[in-house]
Design a protein around this ligand. Structure first.
Ligand SMILES: [Zn+2]
Length: 321
C-alpha cells in the first residue's frame, strides 16, 4: 500500500504553506496538486516548484521512468480526459451508496495508472507518505477508488472572509498562462464554493470512514508546531517532529510540486506569520455577503463573529533579505 496524505479544503486556505512544512520532514514528500500533473504538468509543461519545466525536472523524469518507463505520451490526452471524468459536478452521483465500486468501470486503467504514479513518487523520493494537495473533493474520490492507496485526509479550513478577500485580489502567478495572474472570484461565489467544498470533503471522509483531521488555518499560524503535530500523527509519524522553529521560521529546501499557489517557489528560511490585511481592507458589504453565504458551515468551524476577526493569511516573509 502507498500511504497518501490528502490535503483537502477550498483554495487559498493555506494548504501550500502546510505542504511546504510537511515536505521538510524526510518521511514525507509533497508533490503539489497531483490532479494537474497531466494537464498543467505534462501537456502544458508548466514549471515544477524547483523552477524547471516539469518535463525537464530531474525528479519527475525519474518518477515517470519508474512508473511507466518514461512519460506516457500516447496516453496523455486520455489521462487528462479521465481526470475530467472526476468532476465536482459529478459528486452527487459519486457519493451515492455503492458508487465507490460502480463508478466508471471503463476507467480502471486510469486508476491503475494513478496507483503506479503515487507508488513511483514514494519510491523515487524515498518517502513513506505522498502528500497530495489537490484539494478537490472529486480527486479525493478518484483516489479512494484507486487500488493500493492508503488515503488519510487533512482538511484545512480558514475564515471564509479571509479566503474571499484573497480570491478578490489581483495576484501575480509567474506560472499562469493568461498574463501571469491568479484567477479571481467574487466574494459570494467564493463563499458558495467554500461551503460546498468543505461539506463535500467532510461527507466523503465520513461515508468512507477515512482517517481525518480538520486543521484551522488560524490555529496553524498562531502555533504551527501544535497544529501540525497531529497532521504528522495522521500520517503515522511522531507528532513532535514539526520542522518549524519556536519563532515560526521554517527552512525550505528544493521541492518538486506540481501546480499550486506561487508560494511553492519559495526557498530558504521563511517565517509563518499573520497577515491581517483583509480585516482592514475588505469592504463591509463583501463581508456580509460571505457571512450570509457560508452560514451555518462557518459556525461549525468556529467562525462565529460577525465582525472582522483579528488575524490571518499566511504570507511567508523572507528572513534576512
Ligand atoms: Zn522539480
Amino acid at each position: 500500500m502507498t500511504k497518501v496524505l490528502y490535503l483537502a479544503g477550498w483554495g487559498r486556505s493555506g494548504s501550500t504553506i502546510l505542504e511546504a512544512v510537511l515536505n521538510q520532514v524526510p518521511e514525507l514528500v509533497g508533490c503539489g496538486e497531483l490532479k494537474f500533473v497531466w494537464r498543467r504538468g505534462l501537456i502544458e509543461n508548466r514549471r515544477c516548484s524547483c523552477g524547471t519545466p516539469l518535463r525537464e525536472c530531474g525528479f519527475w523524469t525519474r518518477v515517470f521512468h519508474e512508473a511507466y518507463g518514461g512519460i506516457p505520451e500516447a496516453r496523455l490526452a486520455a489521462l487528462d480526459a479521465a481526470t475530467g471524468r472526476y468532476r465536482t459536478r459529478h459528486l452527487p452521483s459519486l457519493l451515492l451508496p455503492g458508487a465507490r465500486d460502480r463508478y466508471a468501470p471503463e476507467l480502471a486503467w486510469y486508476r491503475d495508472d494513478l496507483a503506479t504514479l503515487y507508488r513511483a513518487v514514494a519510491r523515487v523520493a524515498g518517502a513513506q507518505v505522498v502528500v497530495d494537495s489537490s484539494k478537490f473533493p472529486s480527486h479525493l474520490v478518484a483516489l479512494l477508488q484507486t487500488p493500493g492507496l492508503d488515503v488519510r485526509v487533512a482538511h484545512i479550513v480558514r475564515d471564509p472572509r479571509a479566503v474571499a478577500y484573497s480570491w478578490q485580489r489581483d495576484k501575480i502567478d509567474p506560472d499562469a498562462p493568461d498574463g501571469g495572474r491568479m484567477p479571481r472570484l467574487l466574494p459570494g461565489v467564493t463563499g458558495a464554493y467554500w461551503s460546498s467544498w468543505n461539506l463535500a470533503t467532510e461527507r466523503i471522509a465520513r461515508t468512507n470512514r477515512l482517517p481525518y483531521l480538520r486543521v484551522r488555518y488560524e490555529d496553524m499560524i498562531a502555533d504551527p508546531r501544535a497544529a501540525i503535530g497531529p497532521v504528522l500523527e495522521l500520517a503515522g509519524l511522531p507528532g513532535d517532529r514539526v520542522p518549524v522553529a519556536a519563532d515560526g521560521t521554517v527552512g525550505l529546501g528544493v521541492s518538486h510540486q506540481v501546480s499550486g499557489n506561487p508560494v511553492r517557489f519559495s526557498q530558504g528560511a521563511i517565517r509563518i506569520r499573520d497577515d491581517d490585511e483583509w480585516t482592514r481592507e475588505m469592504g463591509a458589504a463583501a463581508q456580509v455577503v460571505v457571512n450570509a453565504v457560508t452560514t451555518p458551515v462557518r459556525q461549525r468551524y468556529g467562525y462565529r463573529s460577525a465582525r472582522p476577526a483579528p488575524v490571518l493569511a499566511a504570507t511567508p516573509e523572507r528572513v534576512g533579505s
